[in-house]
Design a protein around this ligand. Structure first.
Ligand code: COA
Length: 191
């Protein structure tokens, strides 16, 4: 897990408002704030983000095999938080969305089931793409499951193009998946 993730402690600090030209706290509309994890509560927030992922994935793709215990999931997410670029969507004290990126790979994008289709995913994606632009990354890839019609629609309307379809032999769930790619350029990602 986490190959190619870059470690930049400053990028997860709210004490610095701008890293590589990208604001670290974005927007207050809809009462949802996008921000970095709080360094003082990193594990706690990673656990809450993992709960969002587990719940939304189960609701979106019922019956999807999940080969890990909750403890393993939490450890994996904590590692992700330590090593990747992370954005959280927060409503008050509640984490309602999470996005993680490792270089040119979007690793996770999840919105709480009761908060989907309200623009939160779009804001998280925009934040990741703006940050990638600031890092001079030219293309961004991500994987999703083929039967995840909602996510595929979301990505395709954001300019992602399906590049590769697999039978799932390489993922833990053994679920057919698809790799998407989006070319990005300065000024194209809301940054
Ligand atoms: C996919 C996801 C991240 C999008 O975030 P979001 O906040 O719901 O999306 P936004 O509100 O910014 O954008 C909504 C648009 O995305 C598409 N979309 C999102 N969910 C959809 C769904 N269940 N069915 C159809 N279209 C969907 C539609 O185009 C929608 O626009 P519309 O409501 O006008 O039709 C979110 O729905 C989610 O977390 N889904 C479950 C987990 C998941 O599949 N994550 C991606 C794993 S790779």
């Amino acid at each position: 897990m986490g190959e190619g993730c870059w470690l930049d402690p400053a990028a997860n600090s709210r004490s610095r408002l701008c890293i590589r030209g990208v604001a670290n706290i974005i927007g207050t509309d809809m009462d949802i704030v996008l921000r970095r994890p709080d360094p003082a509560r990193l594990d706690e927030e990673a656990d809450a983000a993992m709960a969002v992922q587990r719940t939304t994935l189960q609701a979106t793709l019922p019956g999807l095999p999940h080969p890990h215990t909750e403890e393993e999931d939490r450890a994996w997410m904590r590692d992700n938080f330590a090593r990747c670029s992370v954005w959280l969507a927060v409503d008050g004290d509640r984490i309602v969305g999470v996005a993680t990126r490792s270089g040119a790979l979007v690793r996770q994008l999840y919105v709480a089931t009761d908060r989907t289709r309200a623009g939160i995913g779009q804001r998280l994606l925009d934040a990741m793409l703006a940050e990638a632009v600031a890092e001079s990354i030219l293309t961004v890839d991500l994987w999703t499951f083929q039967r995840n019609a909602g996510a595929r629609r979301f990505y395709e309307r954001n300019g992602f193009v399906a590049m590769e379809f697999t039978h799932g032999a390489s993922n833990e769930e053994r679920e057919p998946d698809v790799r998407y790619r989006r070319s990005i350029r300065v000024g194209a990602a809301g940054g």
